[in-house]
Ligand binder design. Structure first.
Ligand code: PYC
Length: 316
């Protein structure tokens, strides 16, 4: 299996160029369902240690349905298939440029959530124009053990997010373990309370918002991903969901750029234009860097051919 790794603000992306499962043809959302239903062992083998690493997102290249797209892609982590991935799309564009498959300029990429565009302005800098993003519920209160109540918004940015603003725990690197435990409890409570997307989609990510100590930065976030790791970047789809909330609350005007940073201080430049269906079309700019080009080998006799199971990793 031939892969290229990159990171976007510290968040890793692994592009699978060859050797992935054959998902057949048809709409990418159907092919993504096949990846989720029939190929969990593949996702875990490629994302988990010893071949992968915590927080890694895979980008499986597939043929696009829309011939105007340079590629189709299905994103996944060790535990879930994603509708879209913002940091991954920045990593993918830089990887395609590294391979000489795209040049500077604007290109279309098909994802299960829809077609997005990337504008590559130099070898490392990419602006993603995401799918229309929207808030679907505001001020939802959840019962979370240890807290009187946790209130947040449910919003979509290519994946489903429960967004708590402000975070009851300061968003800072020394609090990452506590933030992770709280975000896992919030996601569990949201699912138990039936807080879900219009078609029954579960909340797959949780965002805890805070102010940044740097006055030039609009805000700082902590984002929990489906595999229970935190996003080292500010999360492109999460930032998109957040932009939808800021727009609806009248807190950010159309075409006004802000900088949002992650819990480890990685910045995304964000803005939006109004969407056709009442949501926002987010624009996300950041940089990615290629870190490795490898052939993954899966020996039949390797006891960790399918990765280290999560319980063994965490002691859970
Ligand atoms: O950047 O959209 C994103 C993302 C999703 C999961 C990890 N990163």
């Amino acid at each position: 299996m031939h892969v290229i790794d990159s990171h976007t603000g510290g968040e890793p992306t692994r592009v699978i160029l060859s050797g992935g499962p054959d998902l057949g043809s048809g709409p990418l959302a159907e092919r993504a369902r096949r990846l989720a239903d029939d190929h969990a062992a593949f996702s875990q083998a490629v994302m988990r240690e010893p071949r992968g690493q915590p927080a890694m997102v895979g980008a499986l290249l597939v043929a696009p349905v829309d011939a105007t797209c340079v590629t189709g892609v299905i994103y996944f982590d060790a535990d879930a298939v994603l509708g879209m991935c913002g940091h991954g799309t920045i990593g993918l564009a830089v990887t395609l440029a590294h391979l000489g498959r795209i040049g500077l300029g604007t290109h279309r990429i098909e994802t299960p959530a829809g077609v997005v565009t990337v504008h590559l302005s130099d070898a490392n800098t990419v602006t993603v124009t995401n799918v229309e993003s929207r808030r679907v519920r505001q001020g939802v209160s959840l019962n979370v053990a240890g807290y009187e109540k946790i209130t947040g918004d449910l919003a979509y940015g290519g994946n489903w997010f429960f967004i708590v603003d402000p975070s009851p725990i300061p968003v800072a690197p020394h609090n990452i373990d506590r933030l992770t435990a709280l975000a896992i409890a919030i996601r569990k409570a949201a699912i138990a309370a039936g807080v879900c997307g219009e078609n029954g989609e579960n909340v797959d990510h949780v965002i805890l918002q805070d102010a940044s100590p740097d006055p030039r930065i609009h805000s700082r976030n902590f984002v929990l991903c489906p595999d229970n790791t935190y996003d080292r970047s500010p999360c492109g789809t999460g930032s998109s969901a957040r932009l939808a909330c800021l727009a609806l609350d009248g807190k950010l005007a159309e075409h006004t750029e802000i900088i949002q940073e992650s819990v480890i201080g990685s910045p995304f430049r964000l803005s939006y234009s109004k969407g056709a269906n009442g949501g926002v079309i987010p624009s996300i700019t950041s940089q990615a860097f290629v870190t490795a080009a490898s052939h993954l080998i899966f020996a039949a006799t390797d006891p960790f051919k399918n990765g280290i199971p999560q319980a063994a990793n965490t002691g859970a």
